[in-house]
Ligand binder design. Structure first.
Ligand code: NDP
Length: 304
């Protein structure tokens, strides 16, 4: 059994920022980066809203730079998935690659995954017209016609936000009413660039190299029709990646970590950062900020 001082689960902006701070504080972080490392930015193309990159930067390159920066200060990066955790006030133990690791402090930054429609054509067009983040990708759809899928607050907010760029936004929902809060529904409904299409779901995303349209099915009469579009924003919620910690760390009903005070969790020495505790903002820069905060809090905890 190998002993390390601190560990980070996750290699998105939260986890890698935490690793940079921990490494610079001589806390020898081991980052369990996962087999699909880098988090959700690996699924986007150009990132235009991360400060410091006025020309924009590819999501993959940004994450690669963060990994290089963490390594430069001595963080150990393991490209493996943590399969089990045993976290209590007495010990912090992680299992990965059939090995057992114990730590003095741990930062949980496993992120959340955008819920997908699960149709094959959706995956094919990620970064080529299919997006899960209006704030990240909206500006690429200036004067284009696009669709937003979903009926919650995210769909309302994203549809409204996207009217800043798009010439037309179709807000498509599988039911005949939205679950979003009244105030956000009304904002979307009163926006003249938004057309609402109820009782409809996407059967196929159409295109060759990039999205050119969708096939929609009416959920009431099962009829299908094609629509020409330049982009599809899927806003049907996120799933926090908390399966391995769910019986140990306090989570809310949706499975997000509930921070106790600042970045602290219910377990001493275990801190949280990024989308895993944030169902609302979910931005690379907010995740990075939380990673910094969690690392500083862990440093203070270990000093005490
Ligand atoms: P929600 O879980 O609230 O809504 C998800 C929506 O997606 C639902 O309308 C659901 O449909 C639909 N959906 C789910 N799966 C599918 C599918 N496979 N195909 C088609 N549609 C599907 O997620 P949100 O991301 O909207 O919100 C998450 C939380 O964040 C909420 O608590 C919300 O209030 C909050 N939030 C707050 C904001 C704010 O206050 N500014 C902004 C954004 C989010 P159905 O209704 O049929 O189940």
């Amino acid at each position: 059994m190998k002993n390390h001082k601190t560990a980070v689960i996750g290699s998105g902006p939260a986890g890698l920022t935490a690793a940079i701070y921990l490494a610079r504080a001589d806390l020898h972080p081991t980052v369990f980066a996962g087999t699909t490392f880098g988090g959700q930015l690996m699924l986007t193309t150009e990132v235009d809203n991360f400060p410091g990159f006025p020309e924009g930067i590819q999501g993959g390159e940004l994450m690669d730079r963060m990994i290089q920066q963490a390594k430069k200060f001595g963080a150990e990066i393991l490209y493996t998935d943590v399969t089990k955790t045993l976290l209590s006030k007495d010990s912090l133990t992680l299992f990965a690659d059939e090995k057992e690791y114990t730590f003095d402090g741990l930062i949980l930054a496993p992120g959340a995954s955008a819920r997908t429609l699960g149709i094959p054509s959706e995956a094919k067009f990620i970064g080529k017209g299919v997006s899960y983040c209006a704030t990240c990708d909206g500006a690429f759809f200036r004067n284009k016609e696009i669709a937003v899928i979903g009926g919650g607050d995210s769909a309302m907010e994203e549809a409204t936000f996207l009217t800043k760029f798009a010439s037309k936004v179709y807000l498509i929902h599988r039911k005949d009413s939205f679950r979003a809060s009244k105030i956000m529904q009304e904002k979307a409904m009163h926006n003249e660039k938004i057309t609402i299409i109820y009782n409809s779901e996407i059967v196929t995303v159409l295109g060759t190299d990039k999205v050119t349209g969708i096939t929609l099915r009416n959920t009431v009469d099962n009829t299908e029709r094609d629509m020409q579009l330049d982009g599809v924003f899927i806003a049907i919620g996120h799933i926090p990646n908390t399966a391995i910690i769910k019986d140990q760390v306090t989570l809310n009903e949706q499975g997000y970590i509930i921070p106790m005070k600042g970045s602290e969790t219910n377990i001493p020495g275990v801190f949280t950062a990024g989308d895993v505790d944030d169902a609302v903002y979910q931005q690379a820069i907010t995740a990075a900020g939380e990673g910094c905060r969690a690392a500083l809090a862990l440093e203070k905890y270990l000093e005490a």
